[in-house]
Design a binder for this molecule. Structure first.
Ligand code: GTP
Ligand code: MN
Length: 628
């Protein structure tokens, strides 16, 4: 470590921490740590070297600081975020954009100098009387072509502890390699906290992303989606890096689907927040590589994929032993788990939609809670927040995939896109081609807003490839990069569209939560040419007999023809108006949208109109032509 930067922080370091920092050679890291300390004025600096002593120290500090409190089961702790800090905050998450640059207008942004001055003003002196924790982590497996080194400075032991479960430790990567070509830097402070260790100045919450310096600033917030910088905040930086280097960073789950005769096929899936990534990746009998962020690279003409993360920060609502046996087991047996924003009573966590009655009182994100308690606007406070979550290391799951940490990744054979589409798309379909899938399922993805982001729920919106909030390059270029990625492969993965949230006229869901398992198994069969299909105007859909067999095999469920027809009837008027909305969106919001997008939309419209002429507005799958 260079003398100048070490000297600047020496007074805040114990002998041991001095030695650990001294072993770091990368000048950018040195500068970032020294400047963060200078700005935030922590009392002390703790350098986490990932040794077992250091990790144990983080665990001990998180409890002694009361940022987490122990639950009855060994290793389980809980943490609360403030009433105004229960989800990703889109309104105050902004890109810092230099005067001479511009970003897509769908993205929140602020002029760089102005935003930097604002956030630095809020961070100034923010760590007084506290310790600044420094963590060295890797996005993607360590020592791999996929690895991105990251350094996080935070005054929250909860953030440091969460990162222990969610990311791969990489202190060694920083001491062994002198020249990290590029790395991400994240600076976070919880800001002013009350006696319960909850950030209070939520009106001054800011999450700013400086892509010119690969640096993220976050202040006056604790919700992990806003503070654990390696998650969605780093994804914004990764997309730019991937764009420059010719690979893809995606908001996708990654799983091994186990087919006939012991074969394993890897699928990835993009769903907006709270739309099914974790529930899909955790399907019983299959194996999980990741549930949120995946990186794809073309290696020798093959699509190779890794999980950027190493843990799950999952929605706990509705987790129950029947639908989610693997995660339910981890949440109810000893081992390291952080629960957030659940209800606590007598040392046990409770959440919405669990398999038992909830107590009428306890402690939750609003403090002491009893049934009927209201907030200052008179709204009833639920026992636990809908967006309450758990954080666990994927490695502890019984369904962890053997290739989780493979530095070469896994071979990707299929990709699926899905959102909360109440009216148009069928539950599962396969695209006619790579281009058709990327465009008609990915770039045309429509969904309803959910509780995972702060704001009104249930508002329909387009969320391009489920990743729109994080696309820090032009949306047109991003779609183009996806199209090209597949074209350059020897064999592009098959592309599927799924819709777990299709409803009938009365607003009821047409599928059960576990039905997705049959869709996933069907995809696996399609990849290996083991199932036929029917040609609909929007894609290739399953044949009834194949699904009946899959429902029986996988779910031990009788699948009726009547259900099939209801679920797979092509709704022409709904699909035509979807196309109109999507096309309008692309014309207005996607500068540089590749022409092929509009060609694909036009062809889809023509197919829909032709079917409408022939069969009317609602086309039963029984009328469709069989293809191989
Ligand atoms: P993030 O972690 O925020 O990125 O969300 P996610 O994409 O991982 O969503 P997750 O799988 O946790 O599911 C979110 C919510 O949707 C949960 O409350 C689930 O119970 C619910 N859900 C998941 N699958 C289905 C389904 O097939 N049908 C219905 N109706 N709800 C579902
Ligand atoms: Mn999830």
């Amino acid at each position: 470590m260079s003398k100048m930067y070490l000297e600047a922080v020496e007074s805040k370091l114990s002998e041991g921490n001095y030695q650990k920092l001294n072993a770091i050679t990368n000048p950018k890291v040195q500068q970032f740590i020294a400047e963060s300390a200078e700005l935030c004025s922590p009392d002390k600096i703790f350098i986490c070297s990932d040794s077992s002593e250091d990790i144990a120290y983080v665990r001990q500090q998180v409890v002694s600081s009361s940022e987490e409190k122990p639950l009855a089961i060994t290793g389980h702790t809980y943490h609360f975020d403030g009433m105004q800090d229960q989800g990703r905050d889109r309104e105050v998450t902004k890109y810092l954009v230099p005067k001479d640059d511009s970003l897509s207008k769908t993205l929140k942004q602020i002029e760089r100098e102005e935003g930097l001055a604002e956030v630095e003003g809020l961070l100034k002196g923010a760590m007084q009387w506290r310790t600044m924790i420094v963590r060295f982590l890797s996005l993607g497996p360590t020592n791999s072509v996929f690895s991105i080194p990251c350094v996080q400075c935070t005054d929250s032991w909860y953030v440091a502890h969460s990162e222990d479960l969610l990311y791969r430790p990489a202190y060694d990567m920083f001491t062994q390699k002198a020249e990290q070509s590029e790395l991400f830097c994240i600076l976070h402070s919880a800001g002013k906290m009350n006696d319960d260790m909850v950030s209070v100045e939520t009106d001054k919450k800011r999450i700013y992303i400086d892509y010119t310096k690969d640096t993220i600033y976050s202040v006056n917030t604790q919700y992990a989606g806003n503070t654990v910088g390696l998650k969605k905040l780093a994804l914004r930086l990764t997309i730019r890096k991937a764009d420059k280097e010719g690979w893809l960073a995606e908001h996708m789950l990654l799983m091994g689907v186990h087919g006939p005769n012991g074969r394993k096929t890897y699928l990835a899936g993009a769903f907006p927040s709270a739309c099914g990534k974790t529930s899909t990746a955790m399907l019983p009998g299959e194996t999980i590589v990741g549930d949120d962020i995946a990186y794809f690279r073309n290696i020798d003409g093959q699509a190779k994929a890794v999980n950027a993360e190493a843990g799950i920060f999952g929605i706990i609502q509705n987790v129950n032993p029947t639908d989610d046996p693997a995660i339910h087991k981890v949440l109810t047996t000893p081992g390291e788990v952080i629960f957030s924003n659940i209800l606590v009573k007598d040392g046990s966590p409770y959440w919405l939609g669990m398999d038992c009655a909830l107590p009428k009182e306890g402690v939750n994100f609003s403090g002491n809670w009893q049934d009927g308690k209201t907030d200052n606007k008179g709204n009833k406070i639920p026992p636990a927040h809908k967006n309450a979550r758990y954080a666990v290391d994927i490695g502890v799951l019984e369904n962890v995939d053997s290739e989780l940490n493979n530095p070469n990744g896994v071979e990707l054979s299929g990709i699926m896109y899905g959102g909360r589409d109440a009216k148009s798309y069928v539950p599962v379909q396969q695209s006619f081609s790579w281009e058709h899938g990327i465009t008609a399922y990915g770039a045309a993805l429509e969904t309803e807003t959910t509780f995972a982001t702060i704001g009104k729920e249930g508002v329909p919106e387009i969320n391009l490839m489920s990743i729109q909030d994080f696309v820090s390059i032009s949306l047109g270029k991003y779609v183009q990069n996806n199209l090209e990625f597949g074209r350059k492969l020897k064999k592009a993965p098959l592309v599927f569209g799924v819709n777990y949230f299709l409803r009938d006229k009365e607003g009821r869901f047409l599928n059960g939560v576990r039905d997705k398992h049959a869709w996933i198994k069907w995809m696996e069969l399609r990849i290996h040419n083991n199932a036929g299909a029917l040609k609909s105007p929007t894609g290739l859909i399953p044949k009834y007999d194949d699904l009946r067999e899959l429902f029986s095999q996988v779910l031990s469920k009788e699948y009726s023809k009547e259900d099939y027809v209801k679920q797979f009837t092509i709704r022409i008027p709904e699909n035509l108006s979807k196309l109109d909305r999507v096309e309008k969106f692309h014309k207005e919001n996607v500068p540089g949208a590749p022409n092929i997008i509009f060609e694909v939309f036009n062809k889809q419209r023509a197919r829909l109109l032709e079917a409408q002429k022939k069969f009317g507005d609602y086309v039963s799958p029984e009328k469709l032509e069989v293809v191989k």
